[in-house]
Ligand binder design. Structure first.
Ligand code: 5GP
Length: 121
């Protein structure tokens, strides 16, 4: 199932999952891949993506609830391993047009290394 999803994923993240374009990978397991953002918005900017093709968060099905939790857990694990868990970090999911989502494959932005303002822009 995951392999079929990866093979047919038409997005830029599909190319990364298939190894067609390079990425600076920081974590991989059977469910997800995490790699550094090509255009970082903070000193640390890592994307966590499911291997299954889920275009956006609101497309996730009930059976994918465990996967969604896994993505969050991996984000926190990366924060600990990269050493910014204690100083603080931000996790962002842009869902759809108004949120500015550009790549139609669910991804968590994990941002760290500076203070972030609130509310977001
Ligand atoms: P979105 O705006 O969809 O929430 O975020 C998409 C993110 O993917 C952006 O932060 C953008 O810099 C990143 N991105 C787009 N293309 C690539 C790529 O080819 N490689 C990597 N590592 N990141 C990318």
């Amino acid at each position: 199932m995951d392999q079929n999803d990866i093979a047919s994923n038409p997005t830029i993240f599909g190319k990364i999952l298939r190894g067609e374009i390079p990425a600076d990978i920081v974590h991989e397991d059977i469910h997800c891949l995490a790699f550094r953002d090509i255009n970082p918005q903070a000193p640390q900017h890592i994307l966590v993506i499911p291997k299954r093709l889920i275009p956006k968060l609101s497309d996730a099905s009930e059976e994918q609830r465990t996967l969604l939790g896994h993505l969050l857990y991996v984000a926190s694990e990366i924060a600990r391993k990269e050493g910014f868990a204690e100083e603080g970090f931000r996790v962002v999911i842009n869902n759809g047009e108004n949120a500015g989502q550009e790549v139609p494959h669910l991804h968590l932005h994990v941002l760290a290394g500076r203070a972030f303002s609130w509310p977001p822009g």
